[in-house]
Ligand binder design. Sequence first.
Ligand SMILES: Nc1nc2c(c(=O)[nH]1)N(C=O)[C@@H](CNc1ccc(C(=O)N[C@@H](CCC(=O)O)C(=O)O)cc1)CN2
Ligand SMILES: Nc1nc2c(ncn2[C@@H]2O[C@H](COP(=O)(O)OP(=O)(O)OP(=O)(O)O)[C@@H](O)[C@H]2O)c(=O)[nH]1
Ligand SMILES: [K+]
Ligand SMILES: [Mg+2]
Length: 468
Amino acid sequence: MTTQDTIVALATPSGNGAIGIIRVSGPEAIIISEQVFNAKSKKALSTLNSHTVHLGEISDGERIIDEALTTIFKGQRSYTGEPTVEFSCHGSHFILTEVIQLLINKGCRVANAGEFTMRAFLNGKMDLSQAEAVADLIASDNAASHQLAMQQMRGGFTNQLKTLRQELLDFASLIELELDFSEEDVEFANREQFKGLVTKIEKILKQLIDSFAVGNVLKKGIPVAIVGEPNVGKSTLLNAFLNEERAIVSDIAGTTRDTIEDEIAINGIGFRFIDTAGIRETQDQIEGLGIQRTFEKIKQSQIVIRLIDSLKLFENDKAEINLENLKKEINDLQLKFPDQAFILIANKVDQLSINQKELILTFFPNIKFIAAKQNLGIENLKQSLVDLVDTGALHSQDAIVTNARHYSALQAALKEINEVQQGLNEGLTTDLLAIDVRQALYHFGEITGEVTNDELLGNIFANFCIGK
Ligand SMILES: Nc1nc2c(c(=O)[nH]1)N(C=O)[C@@H](CNc1ccc(C(=O)N[C@@H](CCC(=O)O)C(=O)O)cc1)CN2
Ligand SMILES: Nc1nc2c(ncn2[C@@H]2O[C@H](COP(=O)(O)OP(=O)(O)OP(=O)(O)O)[C@@H](O)[C@H]2O)c(=O)[nH]1
Ligand SMILES: [K+]
Ligand SMILES: [Mg+2]
């Protein structure tokens, strides 16, 4: 991987702000920038101190393109770890395009997605997991995902991992030293101490692996499926949660055919609501497909809001039988989806008499009544959702893994650590033990980027936005 090119990109959203920042990074950053920027002070950029800002003109020969503020970062003292210049221009799309083109004419290359951050990684300004957290930070849209990304960008669990890796590395060296003296039957690596370390590592790996269950949903938003028969008010409830007319509502059964999703934050936690087509036996083929999808969505969700139309129960004179059937049906649904938390909600309470309400409660003591259309009971329901989420980990000091790549590497590391443990217990020969230890170290290194390759880096940084 070469970092010889000097790269340029717009660092701010394209041409729709008051100011647009163009970033230039690489060995020639200051020399190239000097050719297009004239500071009001008449001083050449290369003579100015690092981390200083200068007013001046950007021009292509005689033609002035913009009056701009220019920041210089010298030597390795920058975000990327290489000479960097930032031009803070007027936010016109035309100006920004012209300035970038000018810089390209003077020898810059357009940066690839994530290339500035990739350079920061390659130049040792951050480890790989921190670089990945930069993308998460930019994508974060609620307090929980923001906090997780910030924690990881500032080192997160990798500091802990680096210490363990070093301790393991020290033992690996001792074990390998034993191999050099294999004739003499010496033991440099104290087996009991080594067992202690491996046990400690196992415990920490397990904790980190477990944290992913929480971390992953908090990062992505907790999926909540809203399900129930046609016309119970699922789309009305979605709209009430989102506080906007997101889904079409009508008194025609089968209005929602495709699932509709949208996210909001409640108490800083992201919830992704999924409005589904009504569940019922049907002859209609298109609606039938919608119902298939409802089951799919339940499977993908963490929480299921099972919505019922309270009025419907009393349409015929068999309320008790209807309630009995409902109870059975809900039991079946819970059995079919054991991993989901179910909340039972009775809608349209505005139309219900007190006696009817009490009858429902005798069958379902925990049921919650709402009137989605009148926005009644929605705040309570939001609180119930928050209560269902175990946010303990978020508020503790324990590290939380949010990245699927780290999760896989941790699992792989644990597997190897368990091999090492088994090897130690069974008195495995030193050469075989050494192999397992090296394997475990490899997976540790994958997370922080001590072990890496171009393809992996390409994959990670391709998901960044341009200019980052
Ligand atoms: N204008 C601007 N704003 C930005 C960034 C940027 O690159 N440019 N950042 C980009 O994401 C973030 C800030 N991150 C940065 C991290 C390090 C350095 C830096 O200059 N580091 C030097 C000097 C440190 C020091 O003064 O002690 C270094 O690490 O050596 C700059 C920005 C968010 N805001
Ligand atoms: N009285 C009353 N009517 C409601 C309430 N909530 C929804 N409705 C009405 O119930 C009807 C159906 O609402 P929708 O939100 O379209 O129901 P749905 O479950 O999404 O229906 P499908 O998408 O067809 O399965 C509409 O006429 C709504 O205005 C409520 O709390 N009280
Ligand atoms: K409807
Ligand atoms: Mg609907």
